[in-house]
Structures are given as C-alpha cells and as structure tokens.
Design a protein around this ligand. Structure first.
Ligand SMILES: [Zn+2]
Length: 165
C-alpha cells in the first residue's frame, strides 16, 4: 500500500511520462496500486495518485472480488468514443466528493501489455467511465476540472469542510 495524494498536490497536475521496458519495480508498483485501490474501496487508481508520474493505472470494477476484472493500463490512449452517459463520479484523491459528470458511453483504449505488445480494450458504462477517469489522471486532469469555476468553488468548499471533519 502507498499513501494517496489529494486534490491540491501539484503532482496530480503533471502530465505523466510513458512507461518504458517492464521491470520488477513496475510490477511492484502495479501490486501496490491494486492493494491501495482495494484498501480505499476505489474502482481504479492511477500512478500519479501515489506520486509516481508514469502512464500507468489499474482498474478493477469488482474491487478485488474477481481476478478476471483486473486491468493494468500502460501508456493507454483512447482511440474511439461513442455515445454519452451521465452518472456520479468520485476520486480517491478527492475523498467524500461525488458529482454527476457526462462521459462517453463506450470507449476503445489502445493499451500496451507488459511484454510491450499492444491490445485494444473496450469499455462500456462504468468501465468506460473508469478508463476515462484514470487516463485523465495521466494527463494531469481531475474530474472536478470538467466543471466551471463557480461549481468548482462550491465543490472545493464542500471538500475543505469535510476534510476539517
Ligand atoms: Zn481519480
């Protein structure tokens, strides 16, 4: 497990770098990301959220219940979007905040496997939302940044208040 950094930390704003050759350190990072995500009850977590600015993220909608749903995103890129969905979204780096946000209904993601070969992943509904959310982290973008300045201020105040307990 690794500590999750939160909204306001400049490391969440950085554009991450591509992952190079696979290594035991990267495998450890993947293990840590899954464990951290499960401990925090998240559906996914990106490397920048533990302060590592690499294009690496994990998604598991089953939150550890179904090994078949464990996805490792390496240098991922959305190559196709289709439709629109509207639903609540949250982020482990902005605990306590859930806001309704529009996302594509379906996405296709070009993704590198650990061995360097490429695959295409398809995501629909919640999985499409998770892919978009995690890939945004790799580009230095938080989901609250989709909202205008006024709404973002309201969210920030709510967030700061909840952090003070
Ligand atoms: Zn997030």
């Amino acid at each position: 497990m690794r500590p999750v950094i939160t909204w306001g930390d400049p490391r969440l704003k950085r554009v991450s770098e591509d992952v190079g050759a696979w290594s035991p350190e990267l495998e450890q990072l993947v293990t840590d990301l899954f464990e951290t995500g499960y401990a925090e009850e998240g559906l996914g977590i990106a490397a920048p959220q533990v302060g590592v600015n690499l294009n690496l993220a994990v998604v598991d909608l089953s939150c550890g219940q179904d090994p078949g749903q464990r996805t490792v995103l390496v240098n991922p890129e959305i190559v196709h979007e289709e439709g629109v969905q509207k639903g609540p979204e949250g982020c482990l780096s902005i605990p306590g905040i859930h806001e309704v946000l529009e996302r594509p209904k379906k996405v296709r993601v070009k993704n590198r496997r650990r061995d360097g070969s490429w695959e295409e992943l398809e995501g629909e509904d919640l999985l499409a939302r998770a892919y978009c959310h995690e890939i945004d982290h790799l580009r230095g973008r938080l989901f609250v940044e989709y909202f205008g300045p006024v709404k973002r201020q309201v969210i920030k105040r709510k967030y700061d208040k909840s952090r003070k307990g």
